[in-house]
Design a protein around this ligand. Structure first.
Ligand code: NAD
Length: 371
Protein backbone atom coordinates (compact mmCIF):
# COMPACT_ATOMS: atom_id res chain seq x y z
CA UNK A 1 0.00 0.00 0.00
CA UNK A 2 1.29 3.53 -0.80
CA UNK A 3 2.25 5.62 2.25
CA UNK A 4 -0.70 8.02 1.97
CA UNK A 5 -3.42 5.40 1.44
CA UNK A 6 -5.79 4.95 4.40
CA UNK A 7 -6.89 1.38 5.26
CA UNK A 8 -10.65 0.74 5.25
CA UNK A 9 -12.53 -2.20 6.81
CA UNK A 10 -16.09 -3.00 5.67
CA UNK A 11 -18.63 -4.26 8.18
CA UNK A 12 -21.70 -5.57 6.31
CA UNK A 13 -21.04 -7.43 3.04
CA UNK A 14 -24.56 -7.24 1.54
CA UNK A 15 -26.11 -5.86 -1.66
CA UNK A 16 -24.45 -2.43 -1.65
CA UNK A 17 -20.95 -3.58 -0.67
CA UNK A 18 -19.94 -4.61 -4.23
CA UNK A 19 -19.75 -1.11 -5.69
CA UNK A 20 -17.70 0.15 -2.70
CA UNK A 21 -15.34 -2.80 -3.19
CA UNK A 22 -15.05 -2.11 -6.93
CA UNK A 23 -14.21 1.55 -6.31
CA UNK A 24 -12.08 1.32 -3.15
CA UNK A 25 -9.68 -1.43 -4.19
CA UNK A 26 -7.66 0.70 -6.59
CA UNK A 27 -9.94 2.91 -8.69
CA UNK A 28 -10.33 5.82 -6.26
CA UNK A 29 -7.12 7.19 -4.68
CA UNK A 30 -6.40 7.71 -0.98
CA UNK A 31 -8.46 4.93 0.62
CA UNK A 32 -8.28 1.16 0.14
CA UNK A 33 -10.42 -1.67 1.52
CA UNK A 34 -8.11 -4.10 3.31
CA UNK A 35 -10.57 -6.16 5.40
CA UNK A 36 -14.25 -7.10 5.61
CA UNK A 37 -16.61 -8.65 8.15
CA UNK A 38 -20.26 -9.71 8.36
CA UNK A 39 -22.49 -11.50 10.87
CA UNK A 40 -22.65 -14.13 8.12
CA UNK A 41 -18.98 -15.12 7.84
CA UNK A 42 -19.58 -16.78 4.45
CA UNK A 43 -20.43 -13.38 2.94
CA UNK A 44 -17.16 -11.88 4.16
CA UNK A 45 -15.24 -14.90 2.88
CA UNK A 46 -16.85 -14.58 -0.56
CA UNK A 47 -15.70 -10.95 -0.73
CA UNK A 48 -12.14 -11.87 0.30
CA UNK A 49 -12.04 -14.54 -2.41
CA UNK A 50 -13.14 -12.07 -5.08
CA UNK A 51 -10.99 -9.05 -4.14
CA UNK A 52 -7.21 -9.51 -3.79
CA UNK A 53 -5.79 -7.81 -0.68
CA UNK A 54 -9.08 -7.91 1.26
CA UNK A 55 -9.04 -10.19 4.34
CA UNK A 56 -12.21 -11.76 5.82
CA UNK A 57 -12.28 -11.20 9.59
CA UNK A 58 -14.73 -11.47 12.47
CA UNK A 59 -16.29 -8.11 13.46
CA UNK A 60 -14.23 -7.94 16.69
CA UNK A 61 -11.04 -8.87 14.84
CA UNK A 62 -11.64 -6.17 12.23
CA UNK A 63 -12.18 -3.56 14.94
CA UNK A 64 -8.78 -4.48 16.46
CA UNK A 65 -6.95 -4.67 13.14
CA UNK A 66 -4.14 -2.11 12.99
CA UNK A 67 -4.36 -1.82 9.17
CA UNK A 68 -7.96 -0.51 9.45
CA UNK A 69 -8.25 3.25 10.11
CA UNK A 70 -11.78 3.80 8.74
CA UNK A 71 -14.66 1.41 9.40
CA UNK A 72 -17.07 1.46 6.44
CA UNK A 73 -20.40 0.54 8.02
CA UNK A 74 -22.64 -1.07 5.37
CA UNK A 75 -25.00 -2.84 7.76
CA UNK A 76 -28.78 -2.35 7.77
CA UNK A 77 -30.08 0.95 9.26
CA UNK A 78 -31.15 -0.66 12.58
CA UNK A 79 -27.51 -1.75 13.16
CA UNK A 80 -25.82 1.51 12.03
CA UNK A 81 -25.57 2.96 15.54
CA UNK A 82 -24.25 -0.13 17.36
CA UNK A 83 -21.66 -0.90 14.72
CA UNK A 84 -20.52 2.75 14.37
CA UNK A 85 -20.27 3.16 18.14
CA UNK A 86 -18.18 -0.03 18.41
CA UNK A 87 -15.88 1.37 15.74
CA UNK A 88 -15.47 4.70 17.54
CA UNK A 89 -14.85 2.92 20.86
CA UNK A 90 -12.15 0.91 19.09
CA UNK A 91 -10.52 4.21 18.04
CA UNK A 92 -11.52 4.00 14.36
CA UNK A 93 -12.95 6.70 12.14
CA UNK A 94 -16.32 5.58 10.77
CA UNK A 95 -18.24 6.13 7.53
CA UNK A 96 -21.86 4.91 7.62
CA UNK A 97 -24.25 4.08 4.84
CA UNK A 98 -27.35 6.25 5.16
CA UNK A 99 -29.20 7.06 7.32
CA UNK A 100 -26.54 7.99 9.89
CA UNK A 101 -28.54 6.10 12.55
CA UNK A 102 -32.24 5.30 12.88
CA UNK A 103 -32.77 7.30 16.10
CA UNK A 104 -31.77 10.92 16.61
CA UNK A 105 -30.47 10.45 20.17
CA UNK A 106 -28.19 7.68 18.95
CA UNK A 107 -26.76 9.97 16.25
CA UNK A 108 -26.05 12.63 18.88
CA UNK A 109 -24.31 10.06 21.11
CA UNK A 110 -22.25 8.82 18.16
CA UNK A 111 -21.18 12.33 17.13
CA UNK A 112 -20.29 13.18 20.75
CA UNK A 113 -18.22 10.03 21.26
CA UNK A 114 -16.38 10.61 17.96
CA UNK A 115 -15.62 14.23 18.88
CA UNK A 116 -14.31 13.11 22.30
CA UNK A 117 -11.98 10.65 20.58
CA UNK A 118 -10.91 13.19 17.90
CA UNK A 119 -12.34 10.80 15.28
CA UNK A 120 -14.12 11.66 12.03
CA UNK A 121 -17.64 10.52 11.15
CA UNK A 122 -18.67 10.41 7.50
CA UNK A 123 -21.93 9.28 5.96
CA UNK A 124 -23.51 8.45 2.61
CA UNK A 125 -24.74 9.67 0.24
CA UNK A 126 -21.64 10.76 -1.66
CA UNK A 127 -23.56 11.10 -4.93
CA UNK A 128 -23.65 14.82 -4.08
CA UNK A 129 -19.87 14.91 -4.71
CA UNK A 130 -20.35 13.64 -8.26
CA UNK A 131 -20.29 15.57 -11.54
CA UNK A 132 -24.06 16.21 -11.76
CA UNK A 133 -24.86 17.81 -8.41
CA UNK A 134 -21.50 19.65 -8.24
CA UNK A 135 -22.12 21.17 -11.70
CA UNK A 136 -25.49 22.39 -10.33
CA UNK A 137 -23.76 23.78 -7.22
CA UNK A 138 -21.32 25.73 -9.38
CA UNK A 139 -24.14 27.09 -11.56
CA UNK A 140 -26.02 28.33 -8.47
CA UNK A 141 -22.86 29.72 -6.82
CA UNK A 142 -21.97 31.49 -10.10
CA UNK A 143 -25.44 33.12 -10.23
CA UNK A 144 -26.80 31.24 -13.27
CA UNK A 145 -30.38 31.26 -11.89
CA UNK A 146 -30.03 34.30 -9.63
CA UNK A 147 -31.25 34.13 -6.05
CA UNK A 148 -32.89 30.72 -5.38
CA UNK A 149 -36.53 31.18 -4.35
CA UNK A 150 -37.90 27.63 -4.32
CA UNK A 151 -37.17 23.95 -4.95
CA UNK A 152 -39.24 20.84 -5.61
CA UNK A 153 -38.11 17.25 -5.08
CA UNK A 154 -40.01 14.02 -5.74
CA UNK A 155 -38.95 10.44 -5.00
CA UNK A 156 -41.93 8.20 -5.62
CA UNK A 157 -42.00 4.46 -6.33
CA UNK A 158 -43.76 1.34 -5.06
CA UNK A 159 -41.09 0.07 -2.66
CA UNK A 160 -38.26 -2.45 -2.91
CA UNK A 161 -39.95 -5.83 -2.29
CA UNK A 162 -39.97 -6.49 -6.04
CA UNK A 163 -36.15 -6.70 -6.36
CA UNK A 164 -34.23 -6.64 -3.05
CA UNK A 165 -33.21 -10.09 -1.72
CA UNK A 166 -33.87 -8.99 1.89
CA UNK A 167 -36.38 -6.10 1.81
CA UNK A 168 -37.66 -6.31 5.42
CA UNK A 169 -35.62 -3.33 6.69
CA UNK A 170 -37.31 -0.93 4.27
CA UNK A 171 -40.53 -1.20 6.34
CA UNK A 172 -38.98 -1.05 9.82
CA UNK A 173 -37.86 2.02 11.85
CA UNK A 174 -34.94 3.60 10.00
CA UNK A 175 -36.59 2.53 6.72
CA UNK A 176 -39.59 3.98 4.85
CA UNK A 177 -39.20 6.24 1.78
CA UNK A 178 -38.01 9.33 3.66
CA UNK A 179 -35.30 7.59 5.73
CA UNK A 180 -34.29 5.36 2.81
CA UNK A 181 -34.28 7.81 -0.12
CA UNK A 182 -34.66 11.17 1.63
CA UNK A 183 -30.92 11.36 2.40
CA UNK A 184 -30.14 11.58 -1.36
CA UNK A 185 -32.69 14.35 -1.93
CA UNK A 186 -32.03 16.27 1.27
CA UNK A 187 -28.25 16.05 0.92
CA UNK A 188 -28.57 17.35 -2.65
CA UNK A 189 -30.87 20.21 -1.59
CA UNK A 190 -28.55 21.17 1.32
CA UNK A 191 -25.48 20.94 -0.94
CA UNK A 192 -27.22 23.31 -3.37
CA UNK A 193 -29.14 25.66 -1.06
CA UNK A 194 -27.59 25.36 2.41
CA UNK A 195 -29.21 24.33 5.70
CA UNK A 196 -32.92 24.10 6.52
CA UNK A 197 -34.37 26.29 9.30
CA UNK A 198 -37.86 24.77 9.78
CA UNK A 199 -40.01 21.91 8.53
CA UNK A 200 -43.67 20.90 8.42
CA UNK A 201 -45.33 17.97 6.73
CA UNK A 202 -47.84 15.13 6.51
CA UNK A 203 -47.19 11.38 6.46
CA UNK A 204 -49.31 8.24 5.96
CA UNK A 205 -49.06 4.47 5.74
CA UNK A 206 -51.19 3.40 2.78
CA UNK A 207 -50.73 -0.40 3.09
CA UNK A 208 -50.49 -2.42 6.34
CA UNK A 209 -48.53 -5.26 4.71
CA UNK A 210 -46.29 -5.86 1.69
CA UNK A 211 -45.90 -9.13 -0.21
CA UNK A 212 -42.36 -9.90 -1.39
CA UNK A 213 -42.16 -10.82 -5.08
CA UNK A 214 -38.37 -11.31 -5.33
CA UNK A 215 -36.35 -14.42 -4.40
CA UNK A 216 -35.40 -15.82 -1.91
CA UNK A 217 -38.31 -14.57 0.27
CA UNK A 218 -40.91 -14.58 -2.55
CA UNK A 219 -44.48 -14.86 -1.19
CA UNK A 220 -43.59 -13.81 2.39
CA UNK A 221 -45.47 -10.90 3.98
CA UNK A 222 -43.86 -7.87 5.63
CA UNK A 223 -45.74 -5.94 8.35
CA UNK A 224 -45.28 -2.25 7.56
CA UNK A 225 -44.11 -0.38 10.70
CA UNK A 226 -43.40 3.07 9.23
CA UNK A 227 -45.16 5.74 7.11
CA UNK A 228 -44.75 5.04 3.39
CA UNK A 229 -45.85 8.39 1.91
CA UNK A 230 -44.44 11.70 3.19
CA UNK A 231 -44.96 15.29 2.01
CA UNK A 232 -42.80 18.05 3.53
CA UNK A 233 -42.31 21.79 3.27
CA UNK A 234 -38.71 22.85 3.99
CA UNK A 235 -37.79 26.48 4.69
CA UNK A 236 -34.10 27.08 3.93
CA UNK A 237 -32.04 29.53 6.06
CA UNK A 238 -31.21 31.48 2.91
CA UNK A 239 -34.92 31.99 2.12
CA UNK A 240 -35.88 29.40 -0.53
CA UNK A 241 -38.94 27.22 0.13
CA UNK A 242 -38.58 23.52 -0.69
CA UNK A 243 -41.25 20.86 -1.27
CA UNK A 244 -40.18 17.22 -0.83
CA UNK A 245 -42.46 14.22 -1.49
CA UNK A 246 -41.18 10.67 -0.88
CA UNK A 247 -43.32 7.57 -1.37
CA UNK A 248 -43.32 3.77 -1.56
CA UNK A 249 -47.06 3.95 -2.40
CA UNK A 250 -47.00 5.32 -5.97
CA UNK A 251 -46.91 3.07 -9.06
CA UNK A 252 -45.93 5.78 -11.55
CA UNK A 253 -45.71 9.56 -11.96
CA UNK A 254 -44.42 12.36 -14.20
CA UNK A 255 -42.86 14.65 -11.57
CA UNK A 256 -39.25 15.87 -11.87
CA UNK A 257 -36.68 14.54 -9.41
CA UNK A 258 -35.30 17.92 -8.29
CA UNK A 259 -35.78 21.43 -9.72
CA UNK A 260 -34.42 24.68 -8.29
CA UNK A 261 -36.21 27.90 -9.19
CA UNK A 262 -34.23 31.15 -9.07
CA UNK A 263 -35.11 34.82 -9.56
CA UNK A 264 -33.41 34.64 -13.01
CA UNK A 265 -33.97 31.08 -14.21
CA UNK A 266 -34.73 27.43 -13.43
CA UNK A 267 -32.35 24.51 -12.95
CA UNK A 268 -33.22 20.85 -13.58
CA UNK A 269 -31.05 18.76 -11.24
CA UNK A 270 -30.20 15.12 -12.09
CA UNK A 271 -31.31 12.06 -10.09
CA UNK A 272 -29.48 12.51 -6.76
CA UNK A 273 -29.10 8.73 -6.48
CA UNK A 274 -26.62 8.93 -9.37
CA UNK A 275 -23.34 10.77 -9.94
CA UNK A 276 -23.87 12.13 -13.47
CA UNK A 277 -26.27 14.35 -15.46
CA UNK A 278 -28.30 15.54 -17.20
CA UNK A 279 -28.14 19.10 -15.90
CA UNK A 280 -30.52 21.49 -17.66
CA UNK A 281 -30.95 25.25 -17.39
CA UNK A 282 -33.75 27.50 -18.61
CA UNK A 283 -33.56 31.29 -18.63
CA UNK A 284 -36.64 33.55 -18.89
CA UNK A 285 -37.86 33.59 -22.50
CA UNK A 286 -35.50 30.76 -23.54
CA UNK A 287 -35.73 26.97 -23.92
CA UNK A 288 -34.31 24.24 -21.66
CA UNK A 289 -30.59 23.87 -22.48
CA UNK A 290 -28.36 20.91 -21.57
CA UNK A 291 -25.33 22.09 -19.56
CA UNK A 292 -21.97 20.35 -19.94
CA UNK A 293 -20.77 18.79 -16.69
CA UNK A 294 -17.88 20.74 -15.17
CA UNK A 295 -16.79 18.21 -12.53
CA UNK A 296 -15.17 14.77 -12.31
CA UNK A 297 -16.98 11.53 -11.39
CA UNK A 298 -20.08 11.27 -13.62
CA UNK A 299 -20.06 7.44 -13.22
CA UNK A 300 -21.09 5.35 -10.18
CA UNK A 301 -18.38 6.41 -7.72
CA UNK A 302 -19.84 5.20 -4.42
CA UNK A 303 -16.88 5.36 -2.03
CA UNK A 304 -15.90 8.87 -3.19
CA UNK A 305 -17.04 10.19 0.21
CA UNK A 306 -14.71 7.67 1.89
CA UNK A 307 -11.80 8.82 -0.32
CA UNK A 308 -12.61 12.46 0.55
CA UNK A 309 -12.77 11.46 4.24
CA UNK A 310 -9.29 9.89 4.00
CA UNK A 311 -8.03 13.22 2.62
CA UNK A 312 -9.95 15.09 5.33
CA UNK A 313 -8.19 13.03 8.02
CA UNK A 314 -4.80 13.79 6.46
CA UNK A 315 -5.59 17.53 6.18
CA UNK A 316 -7.42 17.79 9.50
CA UNK A 317 -10.62 19.15 7.92
CA UNK A 318 -14.28 18.06 7.94
CA UNK A 319 -15.17 15.51 5.27
CA UNK A 320 -17.67 16.76 2.68
CA UNK A 321 -20.01 13.77 3.17
CA UNK A 322 -19.83 14.46 6.90
CA UNK A 323 -21.56 13.17 10.01
CA UNK A 324 -22.63 16.77 10.69
CA UNK A 325 -24.39 16.94 7.31
CA UNK A 326 -26.00 13.51 7.87
CA UNK A 327 -27.07 14.66 11.35
CA UNK A 328 -28.86 17.68 9.82
CA UNK A 329 -30.51 15.37 7.27
CA UNK A 330 -31.59 12.99 10.06
CA UNK A 331 -32.98 15.89 12.11
CA UNK A 332 -35.01 17.05 9.10
CA UNK A 333 -36.40 13.55 8.43
CA UNK A 334 -37.45 13.15 12.06
CA UNK A 335 -38.83 16.72 12.02
CA UNK A 336 -41.16 15.82 9.14
CA UNK A 337 -42.62 12.92 11.14
CA UNK A 338 -42.85 14.98 14.37
CA UNK A 339 -44.46 17.92 12.53
CA UNK A 340 -47.06 15.59 11.02
CA UNK A 341 -47.81 13.97 14.38
CA UNK A 342 -48.00 17.23 16.37
CA UNK A 343 -49.42 19.44 13.58
CA UNK A 344 -46.64 22.05 14.02
CA UNK A 345 -43.50 23.45 12.37
CA UNK A 346 -40.32 21.82 13.74
CA UNK A 347 -36.85 23.46 13.75
CA UNK A 348 -33.82 21.18 13.32
CA UNK A 349 -31.67 21.83 16.41
CA UNK A 350 -28.14 21.44 15.08
CA UNK A 351 -28.15 24.42 12.72
CA UNK A 352 -26.71 22.41 9.85
CA UNK A 353 -23.92 23.11 7.41
CA UNK A 354 -23.46 23.46 3.65
CA UNK A 355 -20.51 21.29 2.62
CA UNK A 356 -17.59 22.90 0.84
CA UNK A 357 -18.00 22.84 -2.95
CA UNK A 358 -15.83 20.41 -4.94
CA UNK A 359 -13.29 22.12 -7.24
CA UNK A 360 -14.24 21.78 -10.94
CA UNK A 361 -12.25 19.38 -13.12
CA UNK A 362 -10.21 17.87 -10.25
CA UNK A 363 -9.94 14.32 -8.94
CA UNK A 364 -10.37 13.68 -5.21
CA UNK A 365 -6.59 13.58 -4.56
CA UNK A 366 -6.47 17.20 -5.87
CA UNK A 367 -9.38 18.57 -3.83
CA UNK A 368 -6.99 19.74 -1.10
CA UNK A 369 -4.76 21.56 -3.50
CA UNK A 370 -2.47 18.83 -4.90
CA UNK A 371 -1.72 18.56 -8.64
N1 NAD B 1 -29.06 -2.02 -1.69
C1 NAD B 1 -28.96 -0.79 -2.19
O1 NAD B 1 -29.24 -0.54 -3.39
C2 NAD B 1 -28.51 0.35 -1.32
C3 NAD B 1 -28.21 1.54 -1.96
C4 NAD B 1 -27.71 2.59 -1.21
C5 NAD B 1 -27.58 2.46 0.15
N2 NAD B 1 -27.92 1.30 0.79
C6 NAD B 1 -27.77 1.25 2.24
O2 NAD B 1 -26.72 0.32 2.52
C7 NAD B 1 -27.00 -0.35 3.76
C8 NAD B 1 -26.98 -1.84 3.52
O3 NAD B 1 -27.95 -2.13 2.55
P1 NAD B 1 -27.88 -3.50 1.73
O4 NAD B 1 -28.91 -3.37 0.67
O5 NAD B 1 -26.48 -3.82 1.37
O6 NAD B 1 -28.41 -4.51 2.88
P2 NAD B 1 -28.18 -6.11 2.97
O7 NAD B 1 -29.23 -6.61 3.88
O8 NAD B 1 -28.07 -6.66 1.59
O9 NAD B 1 -26.73 -6.22 3.66
C9 NAD B 1 -26.47 -5.87 4.99
C10 NAD B 1 -25.38 -6.79 5.52
O10 NAD B 1 -25.01 -6.38 6.83
C11 NAD B 1 -24.87 -7.52 7.65
N3 NAD B 1 -25.09 -7.10 9.04
C12 NAD B 1 -26.24 -6.65 9.59
N4 NAD B 1 -26.04 -6.32 10.88
C13 NAD B 1 -24.74 -6.55 11.15
C14 NAD B 1 -23.93 -6.42 12.30
N5 NAD B 1 -24.43 -5.96 13.44
N6 NAD B 1 -22.62 -6.75 12.21
C15 NAD B 1 -22.10 -7.21 11.05
N7 NAD B 1 -22.82 -7.37 9.91
C16 NAD B 1 -24.13 -7.06 9.96
C17 NAD B 1 -25.89 -8.50 7.13
O11 NAD B 1 -25.57 -9.82 7.50
C18 NAD B 1 -25.83 -8.25 5.63
O12 NAD B 1 -24.88 -9.08 4.99
C19 NAD B 1 -28.34 0.20 4.27
O13 NAD B 1 -28.09 1.22 5.18
C20 NAD B 1 -28.98 0.77 3.01
O14 NAD B 1 -29.82 1.88 3.34
C21 NAD B 1 -28.36 0.23 0.07
Amino acid sequence: MEAKTVGVGIIGCGAISGIYLDNLTGRLPGARIVACADLEMARAEAVAQKYAGVRALGVDELLKDSAVSIVLNLTIPAAHYDVAMQAVKAGKHVYNEKPLTAELDDARKLMGAAADGALQVGCAPDTVLGAGIQTCRKLIDDGAIGRPVAATAFMMCHGHEGWHPNPFFYYQPGGGPLFDMGPYYLSALITLLGPVSRVCGSVRKSFETRTITADPHKGETIDVKVPTHTAAVLDFNAGAIGTLVTSFDVWSHNCPRIEIYGAEGSLSVPDPNTFGGPVRLRKPGGEWQDVELTHEYPENSRGLGVADMAAAIAHNRTPRASGAMAMHVLEIMHAVHIAARDEVYVKPQGGGIQPEAVPAGKTVDQWDGGE
